[in-house]
Write a protein that binds this ligand. Sequence first.
Ligand SMILES: Cc1ncc(COP(=O)(O)O)c(C=O)c1O
Length: 377
Amino acid sequence: MNPLFKKPVYVSKPLLPPLKDYFNRLQSIWDSEWLTNNGEQHQEFEKRLADYLEVPYVSLFSNGTTALTVAYKSLHLTGEVITTPFTFPATPYSLSWIGLKPVFCDIDLKTMNIDANRIESLITKETSAILGVHVFGVPCEVKKIESIAKKYNLKVIYDAAHAFGVKVNGKPIGSFGDISMMSLHATKLFHTAEGGALLFKSEESKKRADLIKNFGIETEDLVSEVGINGKMSELQAALGLTVLEQVKGELKRRETLTKVYRNLLRGIKGIEFIEEIEGVQLNHQYFPIRINEKVFGRSRDYVYSKLRENNVYARRYFYPLCSNFPFYKKSDSSRSELKAAETVSEQTLILPLYGELTEKDIDMICNIIIREKNGAN
Ligand SMILES: Cc1ncc(COP(=O)(O)O)c(C=O)c1O
């Protein structure tokens, strides 16, 4: 059988700025002979990113996973942290690596984020924080989470890996919780190849994270705590500065393409997707759909394999569910019922979405899916 697409179409494609722009910045790095440790590119990028994201303070990291662990350490978290199982493994791993216990809470079927109504029942005397993930760029119930945290004196951290540029009622996503983390991995809307950032409200919090990510070295004479190497290099920061110039255009293109997907798939029984949300400015990081086999007539995995036969590499994020990883399944991290998360994990498929895709590409992708439904009847 001839695949519909001649070349593989992946879920994302890294946003690549004109090479000469990057080269100009590389030239400055070469001239300065300074490759890492808070150089000129790093300082400029930190400021420009804080401006773009409309947050007072940013700290740059070599990747998002390290940034998360540093956030927990800087907030002195202990014991248990309540989080979602419907996420990338880095979310619970970043806790486990520093001896914190993830406690999985079920999710909301509609937003696919941690269900704020279920958080309180999981709080014990060991709980020190709530770790929400704005999955696929859809914001968590930030107000409800804030009030629970206040009532029980818990910290709130947001894994905003997918939420670059998202706003809730005009407020930037990084303004919620004690600390938010953005992943700047190549698969993200905005990236530095590998990279991450923590977003803070206070200078003091930033200073603490900056200290921990640089081995806990305060001065040449004083090393005040156990730190780690989480620093972003000049090469990554320079890439970030050049990609930042392109991101608004990319966002616009993704917005248009998202509308094309929605128009083609709206009304197909058994397929659901995220529509506009009142008061929320989305970033179109992904285009996830949910396939209800009973209604659609074909399973998510069947559609996934048909797309693959046609060179379309849709992804089953997030499957398997983190709570089903053998080491978490047999621990009391998975102590509560996670029915909604199980369902969503079995139904979700991420379709390709990036600025270089054409409307015709999307039409062809949707045709493969719709044809399967018709075939099933
Ligand atoms: C939800 C989520 N959290 C954390 C991460 C980890 O980020 P990084 O790959 O930058 O370490 C990712 C990964 O890409 C992610 O999707």
